[in-house]
Design a protein around this ligand. Structure first.
Ligand SMILES: Cc1ncc(COP(=O)(O)O)c(C=O)c1O
Length: 423
């Protein structure tokens, strides 16, 4: 048994002993596939399917009465899911709601907090997922603030990492909002939510976060940290399916703020059907709902939250850290042609690892051809996400072994011709 076999059997033993091992059986990883793309789209699971089936059956049985007669009533989906999401992100029940999509929630909350702020600038970073900047720029424009002047972009020294000190240097008394991701989508760096919130507050600015790459896999304490607002999706680590409903959090101190993008679904329940011309906002995060809840894009989340709750976010995070640690150690040992673009300290790492290689696009495609689903983020990153819900140490071993085989083979033959599609 060589050194790598030994590390694999140790990892297998940890797998067998883990209280989360049974989780995998609740998911349907596509056949003959090692699925390491759960930070882009989580896999199908029986809990999601059953919850969606239930909603469909209730539509069949109740028709329009489902709004009040279904279990749970469709009318209450946003708030009911919000109560449960609050546990996942460390908030009070009324501080969360399931609604809209991540991008729409950025529009809604950045707009609202720009209206409430003393400053006029929004501080973001150059490694953000682009939709965040598109939305913020348009909210600035809507307030006649030139985005080229009022969007302050913190730069990265190495194209991978955003230093907390660099954020601190960019925040001034002109700052309205510091809006950052919890985890950078490309490198997988986990930012310090509490420290960034403190920096914003020292300048009387608001702190908002995009939790797309951490919700369900990293434990958060949004209320305790004093975060003002946050947004996320549920189709990545929460496994609620393609196009599943988004979520948002607003600290209770801001329950009196007037939503910048009001809609009747954010009206107080008691008066919603008065259909009055004036908006009467619900109390709490529920006020930031806009239009009718997309029932079939929300129903699967009832099922997948059962899974997250049963496992516990703390345990999922613990296992995720072990999985990524194992992945990093195997890349170090077996793939000297590759570099790790993710911080090595567990507390600075989210749920995925950036494996860098000059031919990352082609490598990513070759891996998919061999049944290892990862994705490519230009210019040189293969993102590998060992979701703790359904990926084991064996899978990681196999994935790294496939990379080794691809790199060892004739490069032209193994990679094939043509450019990689970015997905
Ligand atoms: C950080 C981040 N924000 C937002 C989005 C997308 O938002 P939406 O769900 O509105 O498409 C993504 C998509 O991967 C993302 O990675």
């Amino acid at each position: 048994m060589d050194e790598f076999d030994a590390s694999l059997s140790a990892a297998r033993m940890r797998d067998a002993e883990s209280s989360l091992t049974g989780l995998r059986e609740r998911f349907s990883v596509p056949e003959d596939t090692v699925y390491m793309d759960g930070n882009s789209l989580g896999v199908h699971g029986q809990d999601a399917e059953a919850a969606l089936e239930r909603a469909l059956t209730q539509w069949k049985e109740y028709g329009i009465e489902g709004w009040t007669q279904a279990d749970p009533p469709w009318f209450e989906y946003g708030e009911r899911l919000g109560d449960r999401l609050a546990d996942v992100v460390g908030a009070k029940p009324d501080e969360c709601v399931a609604a809209n999509s991540t991008t729409v929630n950025i529009h809604a909350l950045v707009g609202t907090f720009l209206d409430a702020a003393n400053g006029t600038e929004v501080v973001v970073n150059e490694l953000d997922f682009p939709t965040d900047h598109y939305a913020i720029r348009s909210q600035l424009r809507a307030r006649h603030l030139d985005p080229d002047e009022h969007l302050v972009i913190v730069e990265s020294d190495d194209g991978r990492i955003i230093e907390t000190d660099a954020i601190a240097d960019a925040v001034t008394d002109d700052t309205a909002i510091v809006f950052m991701p919890s985890v950078l989508y490309r490198s997988g760096q986990l930012l310090d939510v509490e420290a960034i919130t403190d920096i914003a507050h020292e300048h009387d600015a608001f702190a908002g976060f995009d939790l797309a790459h951490s919700v369900g896999v990293v434990d958060h304490d949004l209320h305790f940290d004093g975060v003002d607002f946050a947004v996320w999706c549920s189709y990545k680590y929460l496994n609620a399916g393609p196009g599943a409903i988004g979520g948002l959090y607003v600290h209770e101190d801001h329950f009196d703020r007037s939503p910048a993008m009001a809609g009747w679904w954010g009206n107080a329940d008691g008066t919603q059907f008065d259909l009055a011309p004036e908006f009467d906002p619900a109390r709490g995060a529920a006020a930031f709902q806009i239009g009718t809840v997309p029932v079939f894009a929300a129903a699967p989340l009832f099922g997948t939250l059962d899974v997250t709750e049963a496992a516990g976010v703390d345990s999922l995070r613990e296992r995720s850290v072990e999985l990524t640690r194992y992945l990093v150690s195997l890349v170090d040992a077996r793939l000297p042609e590759c570099e790790i673009g993710t911080p090595r300290e567990a507390e600075r790492r989210g749920g995925h690892v950036a494996v860098e290689h000059p031919d990352a696009g082609k490598l990513s495609r070759a891996l998919r051809d061999r049944g290892v689903v990862v994705d490519f983020r230009p210019p040189n990153v293969v993102r590998v996400a060992p979701s703790p819900y359904y990926v084991g140490f064996d899978d990681i071993w196999h994935a790294v072994d496939e990379v080794r085989a691809i790199l060892d083979a004739d490069a032209h033959h193994a990679y094939g011709e043509g450019d990689e599609q970015v997905t």
